[in-house]
Design a protein around this ligand. Structure first.
Ligand code: AMP
Length: 146
């Protein structure tokens, strides 16, 4: 049986916890793999959202996707980086949250994802929700209850 306090936490809207879009490093459709590699290296993030010109979520791009795309038989073919586009290598099959979703849904999804992209009612990218933030909230809740 779920207590009233736990129910309240699970029903909290995720909008309270997201890192808003202007603080999120991203790349755009049409950017070169070289540019994306620079963004990933400079920010130190393992993957970042890919957005279109209207700021709609199109996919995710990771360092691994880029390195795999330039992996030759005997060496890494760095010269290919300028010709490969983000769209050629990104993952389009992205699990995402809507801004109206609750903490409960986010909790289920962050088990398998270090972070989740969040979109608003129009499908525009609103930001991300990280596993770190979810765990922080859970920790806060557990200490309060005790
Ligand atoms: P963290 O919770 O800070 O360890 O972040 C986990 C993952 O979420 C990172 O590896 C990134 O892929 C993504 N991430 C977190 N913060 C940002 C940000 N400000 N911009 C882009 N991606 C982020």
């Amino acid at each position: 049986m779920i207590s009233t306090n736990t129910r309240a936490l699970l029903d909290t809207p995720i909008s309270d916890f997201i890192i808003s879009s202007e603080k999120v490093a991203h790349v755009q459709i049409g950017n070169s793999a070289e540019h994306a590699l620079l963004v990933l290296t400079k920010t130190g993030y393992s993957s970042v959202p890919v957005l279109d010109i209207k700021y709609r979520l199109q996919g995710l791009l990771s360092m691994k996707m880029i390195t795999e795309s330039i992996l030759g038989l005997e060496r890494i073919e760095y010269e290919k980086l300028t010709n490969i586009k983000v769209d050629d290598v990104m993952d389009r099959n992205v699990t995402f949250l809507k801004i109206t979703d609750t903490f409960q849904k986010a909790l289920d999804l962050v088990i398998n994802h270090a972070f989740l992209c969040v979109v608003d009612e129009e499908g525009t990218f609103a930001g991300i929700l990280t596993r770190r933030v979810i765990l922080k909230q859970l920790k806060k809740y557990i200490y309060q209850v005790d």
